[in-house]
Every structure is written in structure tokens, then in C-alpha cells.
Design a protein around this ligand. Structure first.
Ligand SMILES: [Zn+2]
Ligand SMILES: [Zn+2]
Ligand SMILES: [Zn+2]
Length: 157
């Protein structure tokens, strides 16, 4: 994981190259995302920033801009608010485990198991479908520890 200052510097350079400035609220939202190793929904970002300084609609506006510019990535879950994280330009490549009950998103990075197989697949796509893969996203849906029958005796799926 890069230091937060480094990530913010990269974001500042990137957004400037796109013709935008890292204004106060944009900086604040970028910082909240950079400081969080997992994912945040818009409310959580708003809470982190303190409600007085920035209103909820500004948070949404900034997040929409960040998604449009691909500074961040939006993760849509079934039973919960959309969650956000910095795009892989600014953080490490990883995949997601998503809980179907509570919408919790867990990062995983078992690269040794996955990436070499995926790159074989991507080569095959190139040969067979003349399709060049630029990126991949992988999500597994299931039940997290909090919602699962193991720890809480809640009904499973
Ligand atoms: Zn859960
Ligand atoms: Zn993630
Ligand atoms: Zn991958």
C-alpha cells in the first residue's frame, strides 16, 4: 500500500491532467478514500469528513465526478448502499467477496492462485475472440462471518 500522501499527490496530478482541480471537498473525499484500506459508502465518507464541513450532496457530486474520471470505482451491492474505493490506478489490484446479506465487501488478493490462470484466459480470448482484455473484475457473492450461521445462528441463504 502506498503512503496516503503519495496517493493524494498522484490523484492531484491525474485530475489536473484531466482539466480539473483538487478543490477542498475533492481533496477531502480523496483523502478519506486513500486512508481507508477497504470500501466506504457515501454516508460513511460524509461521517468521516464531519457533517459541518461538507454536505451530503457535495459528497455525492464529488464521488460521481471521481467515478466519471475513473479516480474511484463504485461497487454496487444487493442489500446495502453502493460502496466506493480508489481505482486500481491508485491502489493495488484486488478482487471482492460480497456478502449477500449485509452488502459487506471484503478485499482479497490471492494472486498466486488466480492471476496466472486469468492471464491464460485473457490470451485465449485474444486468440479465439480477437478480444483484447484491458482489465478484469472478479466478485464472489456469499455470506460473511457476521451474517453467517457459524457465528450468530442466523439463517443462511
Ligand atoms: Zn454480511
Ligand atoms: Zn476493493
Ligand atoms: Zn485479478
Amino acid at each position: 500500500m502506498q503512503p496516503v500522501e503519495e496517493m493524494l499527490k498522484n490523484i492531484r496530478g491525474f485530475i489536473k491532467a484531466k482539466g480539473y482541480f483538487l478543490t477542498g471537498p475533492r481533496y477531502d473525499v480523496a483523502k478519506a478514500l486513500a486512508e481507508t484500506p477497504t470500501h466506504l459508502d457515501a454516508d460513511e465518507i460524509h461521517q468521516l469528513l464531519g457533517k459541518v464541513r461538507i454536505d451530503a450532496s457535495t459528497v455525492y457530486r464529488v464521488l460521481n465526478l471521481f467515478c466519471k474520471l475513473r479516480i474511484c470505482r463504485k461497487i454496487v451491492v444487493d442489500n446495502g448502499p453502493a460502496q466506493y474505493e480508489l481505482s486500481e490506478r491508485f491502489m493495488v489490484h484486488h478482487h471482492h467477496l460480497i456478502c449477500k446479506h449485509c452488502g459487506k465487501v471484503i478485499n482479497f488478493d490471492e494472486f498466486d492462485l488466480l492471476e496466472s490462470e486469468l492471464s491464460k484466459l485473457e490470451k485465449l480470448f485474444r486468440r479465439k475472440y480477437k478480444f483484447v482484455v484491458a482489465d478484469h473484475k472478479l466478485e464472489f457473492e456469499g455470506v460473511c462471518m457476521t451474517c453467517g450461521p457459524v457465528s450468530r445462528n442466523k439463517p443462511s441463504l
